[in-house]
Write a protein that binds this ligand. Structure first.
Ligand SMILES: N[C@@H](CCC(=O)N[C@@H](CS)C(=O)NCC(=O)O)C(=O)O
Length: 269
């Protein structure tokens, strides 16, 4: 029995849904309303003390951290294997997973900053009448988990002008440049077979696309072709598209469209 605690738009929850789809597993879901604070309810905190999604419960086992969850699923349900290849390819795959989830240096962090700085900050600002700094900080303090509070203030106040935004978008640009080189040598990120590395970055690429930032890889034929192949997989539909919340997608598209000219300048500098 597999039960996933998740959220429509969460990039890490989508990562786990893609893994479940790749494995063809049946699962039960419980959606959390993150704006209503479901993640802070005691029952959920007992499963995931960091107050984030996803959490997977498999029989008696509680699993947190999306990278760990997808590795767990690959161990527990090895058909099809998503870590095939040589020892070196598997090491390459783990390095890419680590690059994604590496605290404030990781791509997950960069993507959160870019998402909030481009679009979701507008969601948050909507909840604060008058938009004065003190009330905005209070709203961040009330609604966000301890980790997000550390970086969110600057991003919400300054958006695309924040230093943290610049660092984040350049981090993502560097990642795409590195992918372009890697994918010039191998068909998939860590070798000749689709692996957890490709799976893990799929929802991050989809987030960039929802923001309308495809210009970041338009000149990169290998990345463009790789992403096209990821989108053709049924797991893209089942893990991402089937769960999209149209209102949030609209916020991402509108916010992204507005900031893109500045983003384009930042990445060309
Ligand atoms: N390292 C964690 C990160 C989890 C995370 O940051 N989840 C986000 C969604 S992608 C979340 O739940 N945020 C809570 C919030 O927005 O209040 C993982 O990979 O599972």
């Amino acid at each position: 029995m597999l039960k996933l605690y998740h959220h429509y738009m969460s990039i890490c929850a989508a990562k786990v849904r893609i893994a479940l789809a790749e494995k063809g597993l049946e699962w039960e879901g419980q959606l959390l309303d993150l704006s209503a604070g479901d993640q802070f309810k005691p029952d959920y905190l007992s499963l995931n003390p960091k107050a984030v999604v996803p959490t997977l419960v498999h029989d008696d086992h509680i699993l947190t951290e999306s990278n760990i969850i997808i590795e767990y699923l690959d161990d527990a349900f090895p058909d099809p294997v998503l870590r095939s290849g040589s020892a070196h390819e598997r090491a390459q795959m783990r390095l890419l997973l680590m690059r994604l989830d590496n605290g404030s240096e990781g791509i997950h962090h960069d993507m959160s900053v870019v998402t909030y700085g481009s679009a979701y900050r507008l969601h948050l600002l909507e909840r604060v009448t008058g938009h004065n700094k003190k009330d905005i900080d209070k709203e961040i303090d009330r609604s966000m988990n301890a980790y997000s509070k550390k970086w969110l203030q600057e991003t919400v106040h300054e958006g695309v002008e924040a230093q943290s935004y610049k660092k984040a978008i350049l981090g993502i640009k560097k990642l795409l440049d590195d992918f372009e080189t890697m994918l010039g040598k191998t068909r998939w990120l860590s070798g000749s077979e689709y692996s957890l590395a490709d799976l893990a970055y799929t929802s991050y690429m989809a987030r960039l696309e929802m923001l309308g930032f495809e210009g970041m890889w338009l000149q990169q034929p290998n990345v463009s072709n790789w992403y096209k192949r990821l989108k053709q997989k049924p797991s893209f539909q089942q893990g991402i598209v089937d769960w999209l919340n149209p209102e949030s997608v609209k916020v991402l598209q509108e916010g992204g469209r507005e900031v893109w000219p500045k983003v384009e300048k930042l990445i060309k500098q």
